[in-house]
Design a protein around this ligand. Structure first.
Ligand code: NDP
Length: 456
């Protein structure tokens, strides 16, 4: 090392930052990692992890209802919000400690401070004013909820606050139609709150396959979640029991208003201009395929680059950066065919192209689709459905996309991700013997084509 205090300075101890710091240290680099809030970042502290715990909590109500059909006599169940909040807090505190320990074990110097760039090689720690000279810098500062300038926005909460509401809302109004809005609508409905979801579009989950969007939409309506489509919130009045005005003129009373309207990269006040790091048109840090910014020795990974904003992607980007720059093993992250789940209830699992995308990009597209009542619902009497859809290139027989709505769809998506990534054909699916009785077996027994689209 020549003239620098550290080989690598990482700003942000979220999913991407911690992986990059640990891997770089394992390759022998001297690494400092700064975090201004809690170690673990959005995913661990106020995202994926607590969200999934709340999803589990929300699904018990359905299980209690289902149990009767199997002979159980379940007394009326009650739910205590404070118990869930405390249990969640205990778990993320445990995880946070593990993350910090893993960094220490790897030899990473973790500092609890905001860090800003003073020039292209100097980082200043706000907590104690120290200036650290770094050979390489990685920016992994993530993103924060976008809050529009609507009247009364100060009464609204974002996904940062929703986990720790002092009380469970009797009625929650949620704005947005993306992952976060849809997941929290399902969570609060399952926990027994009245839920209204207002979204500007004509359907939720834009960008997902139309059949998935429709499956969640109709299941939510069936569950009693009110979807107000084609409208937004225009005003929020009063603290406490808010008066919420929708663009159509309707006024609602709500105990909580959650805005889930997307996220904005955390670039403000970082000193990017002083270092010469350029932003793209959307306000995220501009990077090339190696996560390198406009300054050759400054890199950025994860949501601050606004590529594919998912934790496992940030982790891979951080890993690839560390191996490439410090491990002598350069590799690039492939952002194609990333499987993902939406933890709505019913859950969604998806990988590859939607039908719309496939028909735009391929000349012949075959659709195999099934919609059925899952076995468990036969005795429980629940209205649950399961939807599965396989999209195939009619010319090469390659599976282009698979989309599932229903129980364990996320788990299935993970495994389908392997098959699709390997380039599996429909014939490969057909050659696979079913696991019986499962819902997933439909994926290998679907023989009848539902539709073929040929572009002239
Ligand atoms: P999304 O980008 O998924 O959705 C934003 C929603 O807000 C869209 O429905 C959008 O509508 C709407 N919207 C945006 N701006 C406005 C506006 N000015 N007025 C009204 N509506 C607006 O963001 P989320 O906040 O839901 O989630 C952020 C990211 O976090 C996701 O993109 C995802 O990458 C990640 N995430 C992943 C999860 C998972 O993997 N399970 C779970 C939670 C989050 P329109 O569709 O019309 O643009």
């Amino acid at each position: 090392m020549s003239g620098f205090d550290v080989d690598l300075f990482v700003i942000g101890a979220g999913s991407g930052g911690v992986r990059a710091a640990r891997m770089a240290a394992s390759h022998g680099a001297k690494v400092m990692l700064a975090e201004e809030f809690r170690v673990g970042g959005t995913c661990v502290i106020r995202g994926c992890v607590p969200k999934k715990l709340y999803v589990y909590a929300s699904r018990f109500s359905g299980e209690f209802d289902d149990a009767a059909g199997f002979g159980w006599h379940v007394p009326p169940a009650t739910f205590d919000w404070a118990t869930l909040v405390a249990a969640k807090e205990k778990e993320i505190t445990r995880l946070e400690a593990i993350y910090a320990k893993t960094q220490a074990n790897a030899g990473v110097d973790l500092v609890r401070s905001r860090a800003v760039l003073e020039d292209a090689h100097t980082v200043r720690l706000i907590a104690d004013g120290r200036r650290i000279r770094a050979g390489t810098i990685l920016i992994a500062t993530g993103a924060h909820p976008y809050m529009p300038a609507l009247p009364g926005v100060e009464h609204a909460i974002s996904s940062n606050e929703v986990f720790d509401l002092p009380q469970q809302p009797e009625h929650i109004v949620i704005a947005g139609g993306g992952y976060i809005a849809v997941e929290f609508a399902g969570i609060f409905a399952g926990l027994g709150s009245k839920v209204t979801l207002a979204h500007r579009g004509d359907n939720i989950l834009r960008g997902f396959d139309e059949d998935l969007r429709n499956a969640v939409r109709s299941a939510y309506e069936q569950r009693g979640i009110r979807l107000v489509l084609g409208q937004t919130i225009t005003n929020i009045d009063r603290p406490g029991r808010h008066a919420v005005t929708l663009s159509g003129g309707e006024q609602l009373e709500a105990d909580a208003v959650l805005l889930a309207l997307g996220r904005t990269p955390n670039v403000a006040g970082l000193g990017l201009d002083k270092a010469g790091v350029a932003l793209n048109a959307g306000g995220a840090i501009a990077v090339n395929a190696s996560s390198q910014t406009s300054v050759a020795h400054i890199y950025a990974v994860g949501d601050v680059t606004d590529r594919v904003n998912l934790t496992p992607v940030a982790i891979r980007e951080g890993h690839a950066f560390a191996d490439s720059v410090f491990g002598g093993k350069p590799w690039l992250v492939d952002h194609a065919n990333i499987a993902t789940a939406v933890y709505s209830t019913p859950e969604l699992g998806t990988v590859g192209l939607t039908e719309t995308q496939a028909r735009e990009r391929h000349r012949v597209v075959d659709i195999y689709k099934t919609d059925f009542r899952p076995m468990k619902a036969t005795l429980s009497g629940a209205a649950d459905r399961m939807m599965m859809k396989i999209i195939v290139d009619g010319e090469s027989d390659r599976v282009l996309g698979v989309h599932i709505a229903g129980e364990a769809a996320g788990e299935m998506a993970q495994l389908l991700g392997i098959a699709v990534k390997m380039g599996a054909t429909k014939a490969d699916f057909d050659a696979t013997v079913a696991v019986h009785p499962t819902a997933a077996e439909e994926l290998v027994t679907l023989r009848t084509r539902s539709a073929r689209f040929v572009r002239s």
